[in-house]
Design a protein around this ligand. Structure first.
Ligand code: CA
Length: 494
């Protein structure tokens, strides 16, 4: 393996936000192993996703192209794996490629020497996983244990035993956690029981100051969490042994809640649900952090750490109660942003922080340039390698284009697109429940970081508004966004 082809370990989670990663925000929990990547490497403060939803984000990463070019707009679609992807190009260039854990693109992974992936979303316990059978066809095999640990164990087994040590490798180590319904592992069922997690300022948001879309979503902690989310009806597919441990942890807490419930105010019930939800979410993250620690330790032991680029990211950000919500999808900050940490001792200055606007659109090109593979001209985004090396790239993007398509759909977030420069953000909501909208929102994040004060149409922002409208037009042209929404399932009322 030459110095010119570093190993790549891409650690990926589902729905993990910066608010639950202590290198970004230490107020709710500590994530020492993720923080290790930040302290020994580089932390990006503005990593935006192009379409804040699970499958589409994964398709963007595979292809380096926006949803309208890779064809995967919304969950439930099947990814066309016959198209050009970065793992195929790395494999061709001599890399050994593997994906272990959550895949969630509907079709069998292509471009990998080894795959071992969850079926769809996969459960939190005892996940069946799909791998290549001896005949070369996909085969689904059972597993016992907590899914986060199962994925980590398989990752370590591949690194230790199955990897061809004569080749550089690109490993995608991808967790289901901390996706809904936030089932913690056995080790952390009672962790955080005796603390109170701080509430976000906007937990009781009434949406009065924005256009109609915000009030018409269905992702409120108050209204839309079900008994399974809240672990009031929790068994799922746990086996007897797992259930005994689980029930011993939750049953006393549930009984105390049910006893208190008749005398609780509506506000107190929301607060209880918030604590239950956020603690379970943080518990799921904690097991991921432990797993990352084990993988980082292995890289040290094996002498691989120095020339291995370790990347940590998630498919999008997430609402930990901000605006009263759980889930993602919006172009508002919490779900537009995703964590991005990169450690590469050979090139990255420890403890460095970059504020440039970067994106999951950039990952494919980045992996190719790191491997010294020629980047195809039809990939969008830009390589981050220059930033990794601490240099200032020329003409880095100042403004970013976002586009969300999944409506009608889960949690009823309107179709919308927009641009942001990190300070000002302009959003156009254009379709909700089959009805055409023409709603605009403009925010000044410096003076209104919670995005509560829609400035669109106000005289004091006229110049900014014109500038942002132009940027939308220009970026749509540059990225070849079709004039009209191309989603095949369009059900606009006629
Ligand atoms: Ca996700």
């Amino acid at each position: 393996m030459g110095q010119n082809q570093p190993n790549i370990v891409f650690i990926f989670t589902d729905d993990h936000c910066e608010q639950a990663l202590s290198a970004y925000d230490p107020s709710r929990m500590s994530t020492p192993n993720m923080d290790r990547l930040a302290n020994e490497g580089m932390r990006f403060t503005r990593c935006y996703v192009t379409n804040s939803i699970c499958g589409p984000s994964r398709a963007v990463i595979q292809t380096g192209k926006y949803s309208h070019l890779n064809g995967f707009f919304r969950n439930g679609q099947s990814f066309n794996g016959d198209q050009q992807t970065f793992p195929k190009l790395l494999k061709k260039a001599g890399y050994q490629t593997a994906v272990i854990g959550k895949w969630h693109l509907g079709t069998t992974p292509q471009g990998f020497d080894h795959y071992d992936v969850l079926v769809g979303q996969g459960p939190y316990y005892n996940p069946p996983m799909i791998t290549e059978g001896e005949d070369g066809e996909p085969v689904t095999l059972p597993n016992t244990g907590y899914t986060t640990d199962v994925i980590t164990d398989k990752t370590l087994a591949w690194l230790r035993e199955d990897r061809d040590s004569t080749k550089p490798f690109m490993l995608m180590y991808q967790h289901k956690a901390p996706h809904r319904d936030w089932k913690p592992g056995p080790k952390y069922l009672n962790w955080l029981d005796d603390v109170t997690i701080p509430e976000p300022e906007t937990l009781f948001d009434d949406y009065a100051t924005r256009t109609r879309s915000a009030a018409r979503q269905t992702m409120e902690i108050k209204t839309h969490m079900n008994a399974r989310d809240l672990k009031l009806e929790p068994r799922g597919n746990l086996n007897d042994e797992q259930w005994e441990v689980w029930n011993a942890a939750y049953e006393p807490k549930n009984q105390a809640y049910l006893r208190a419930l008749p005398n609780m105010t509506e506000k107190e019930i929301i607060q209880w649900k918030y604590q239950r939800y956020v603690k379970d979410y943080l518990r799921c993250v904690k097991s991921v952090d432990d797993g990352i620690g084990r993988v980082l330790d292995y890289l040290e032991e094996a002498g691989l750490a120095r020339n291995t680029v370790v990347i940590y990211s998630s498919d999008q950000g997430w609402y930990l109660g901000e605006h009263g919500w759980f889930d993602k999808r919006w172009m508002y900050e919490e779900s537009l942003k995703t964590p991005l940490l990169v450690r590469w001792p050979r090139a990255i200055e420890p403890g460095s922080v970059r504020d440039e606007i970067v994106s999951n659109l950039d990952f494919a090109k980045t992996f190719l340039t790191l491997a010294n593979v020629k980047v195809p001209s039809d990939m969008q985004g830009r390589s981050l390698e220059t930033l990794f090396r601490g240099n200032q790239p020329e003409n880095w993007r100042k403004v970013f284009y976002y586009h969300y398509y999944e409506n009608p759909g889960a949690h009823n977030v309107a179709r919308h697109y927009g641009v942001t420069d990190g300070r000002y953000k302009l959003i156009h909501f254009y379709e909700l429940e089959g009805e055409a909208l023409d709603d605009w929102e403009l925010y000044d994040l410096e003076n209104d970081p919670n995005e509560l004060n829609n400035l669109y149409g106000r005289p004091e922002v006229a110049r900014i508004q014109r500038q942002k409208l132009n940027q939308i037009k220009n970026l749509r042209e540059r990225f070849q966004v079709p004039e009209t929404d191309p989603v095949f399932e369009r059900r606009r009322r006629r």
